[in-house]
Each structure stands twice: as C-alpha cells, then as structure tokens.
Write a protein that binds this ligand. Structure first.
Ligand SMILES: [Zn+2]
Length: 118
C-alpha cells in the first residue's frame, strides 16, 4: 500500500496493479499491453511505467481518483500518464471516469501506422 515519505506518495507494486486495473480499457488491444489515460485519452503502454528519477511525460504512474480524501485503497487508484498528473480538472474524478468507462474506446492502429510512414 502507498505510503507518505518526505511529503511524497510512494506507491508499491500492488498499487500500480490496482491503478492499471482501474484504467480505461481499449476494446481492440489487450489490457495487458495498453490502456487509456482518462485525462488526455491517449493510450498508455503498460511496459512504460515510471521507473526513473526524470520520467518521460508518457510514462505512467498512479493517481488518486478522488483527491478530496487521502485514500490509498485500490479502488481509488488509477493509471495516468506522468505528464497528465497536473492536468486533471477535478479533485474528484469519479464521475468523469465512470462516464468515460461507459464509452467504447479503441486504439487507432491505422492512425499510428500512417504516422510511422511519414
Ligand atoms: Zn494522459
């Protein structure tokens, strides 16, 4: 479980797994490979988890769904891009996330293929 160390929240493997589990599913990609960031709607690659001192903006970490309470239980954690941590619009994102989860989201293979060909 996450703990507060020197004013910084440190997450452990169980927290990362829970955050990944709660992230938005892309219907056409294995959830073991990719999920979607609810903040920017861009995909998150599971293998690109924050692991170094200066993470890339598209690396992922876990964030609290509802920041109004300091609740580190698994159901309050969600995977987001490191670069999106400061872009969230609401302290309590539960409604936003539930609304997004009702939608159908897919990874756009054609788009990224065409980007690669340029
Ligand atoms: Zn994002």
């Amino acid at each position: 479980m996450a703990k507060l160390t020197d004013g910084q929240v440190v997450f452990d493997k169980i927290d990362f797994d829970a955050g990944w589990e709660n992230a938005i599913v892309l219907a056409n990609v294995s959830p073991e490979e990719m999920k979607m960031c609810y903040i920017c709607k861009f995909h998150i690659v599971k293998s690109s988890r924050v692991a170094k001192a200066n993470p890339d903006l598209l690396d992922w970490t876990v964030d609290l769904i509802n920041m109004k309470k300091l609740d580190f239980s698994p159901e309050n954690l969600i995977a987001v891009h490191y670069g999106c941590l400061t872009l969230r619009s609401k302290l309590d994102a539960k409604k936003i996330i539930n609304r997004i989860k009702k939608g159908h989201w897919e990874y756009d293979f054609e788009f990224y293929k065409s980007q690669g060909e340029k």
